[in-house]
Design a protein around this ligand. Structure first.
Ligand code: LLP
Length: 427
């Protein structure tokens, strides 16, 4: 049974009617299912059953809610972070520092220092200068920073261009042909404990062949590094497994992924790290919304909902599909466009889509929104960031409040400006 399902004709999150949540926190609101998070976490771990030494780190960027991170920490997931802010989120959720890996192409010195001081498990280095800086910062503290070198294997992940990271024309990682020489130099730095490699070629990957190609290249590099006497005992295989956003389209086959990893890495003799984000969280969340209007259109009506591209950016940014369903479906369908209130045509969730017939005032939901949903929200059009609710069986709790008006309006006048009304000023 899916965690979001019909019970007595009404959509529930686990045992809680979505209508109760809407009554309690209003709309739009994100709703997460703890059961679905646990299920995906267990599925992922089980698929890697043949990998003897592994650490699973949830990619915090997919969903940094501390409540979500805590559910996953209880499943023995650490965290893959990409900023000082994500470090705070992971630590505040109770993830132990040595279970945190820090990736990202633009870590600042204060961020590196905070991560060093927290004692995180590993830094994934993206360029040589970063390794030099980290070494210097660690040396000043009488430490050696545990580090892996992120490799750009020059493999196209066959996914959306904006979430492809493993081609040479992308900003990520060290070009694989430069890796041996750079590893030599970085391994010699006094403040670094360089002990392995990392790779991540993109996100929403369904076809496993590019992942396998990348991992095989990493295997060759491990052998070459060891021949030169280098220590390689941790290898971070990144995230990237895709999910099905649209009925009829497949998810990545996680069992096949696990079997492929076990086969490709069988003689690596290293602890493997994994950084799944979407695969763990996407299906565990929905965006609850209310229909404001059904406005006649030239060909099809516009269903104007109270959620917008500032709440769920993926359709506007990647032309992504999110299923839309009524909370109390009548069984009737119609063809319509789904749009939000934001003042640009990009604020469109779906065009000419066959969907549940909805009317003014109805509750509805966008599905598969637990990853890269709330985490990409903005205040565009001075809209408040939506609240988040975690459901666990028949319990639910608001785990982030709707942003208050004074937080949305955080800008202020310059001190030399008087705050009189325009008419007073003109006088
Ligand atoms: N590790 C690294 C180094 C990453 O850059 C990412 C995602 C992940 C792990 C997790 O990847 P996942 O398992 O979630 O595919 N906003 C986009 C997705 C951006 C992904 C960025 N990096 C979207 O909504 O589709």
């Amino acid at each position: 049974m899916s965690s979001f399902h019909l019970l007595g004709g009404e959509m529930h999150a686990e045992a809680v009617p979505l209508a109760s949540i809407a009554a309690a926190v209003g709309t739009p609101a994100y709703v997460y299912s703890a059961g679905a998070l646990r299920h995906a976490a267990q599925l992922f771990r089980a698929a890697l059953g043949k990998v003897p030494r592994k650490q699973l780190m949830f990619a915090v960027k997919a969903n940094p809610s501390p409540a979500v991170l805590r559910v996953l920490a209880d499943q023995n997931f650490g965290a893959d972070i990409v900023s000082g802010g994500e470090l705070d989120c992971a630590l505040s959720a109770g993830i132990t520092a040595n279970h945190i890996v820090y990736s990202g192409v633009g870590k600042t010195a204060p961020e590196l220092i905070a991560a060093l001081d927290a004692g995180i498990g590993r830094f994934n280095l993206e360029l040589e200068r970063e390794g030099q800086l980290l070494s210097a910062l660690a040396s000043q503290r009488g430490r050696r920073a545990p580090a892996l070198l992120r490799i750009n294997p020059d493999v196209d992940a066959s996914t959306h261009a904006k979430i492809t990271t493993g081609r040479l024309d992308s900003k990520f990682g060290i070009p694989i042909d430069d890796a041996l020489a750079m590893y030599d130099r970085l391994a010699a730095l006094p403040g670094l404990d360089l002990h392995g490699l990392a790779v991540h070629i993109g996100s929403q990957i369904i076809d496993l062949a590019p992942l396998e190609a990348a991992y095989r290249k990493i295997g060759d590099l491990i052998r070459a590094l060891r021949q030169k006497g280098h220590r390689v005992y941790h290898v971070d295989l990144g995230g990237g497994l895709g999910v099905s956003y649209r009925p009829g389209l497949p998810s990545a086959n996680v069992e096949a992924y696990g079997a492929m990893v076990a086969e490709v890495t069988r003689d690596w003799d290293a602890t493997l790290l994994f950084e799944p984000g979407r695969f763990i969280a996407a299906e565990a969340g929905i965006l609850l919304t209310r229909v404001l209007w059904v406005k006649p259109g030239s060909r099809h009506p516009f269903v104007v909902v109270d959620a917008a591209m500032n709440d769920l950016a993926r359709p506007a940014m990647y032309d992504a599909w999110h299923e839309f369903a009524a909370v109390r479906p009548t069984g009737e369908k119609f063809v319509a466009n789904i749009v939000g209130p934001i003042c640009e045509s990009g604020d469109t969730f779906a065009r000419e889509r066959e969907m549940d017939r909805v009317q003014e005032g109805d509750l509805a939901m966008f599905q598969t929104a637990g990853a890269y949903g709330a985490s990409m929200a903005s205040t565009y059009n001075c809209r408040a960031i939506a609240p988040e609710v975690l459901v666990d069986d028949n319990r639910y709790a608001t785990v982030s409040e709707r942003m208050a008006a004074h937080q949305v309006r955080r800008q202020r006048l310059a001190p030399w400006m008087d705050d009189g009304a325009p008419s007073t000023r003109a006088a």
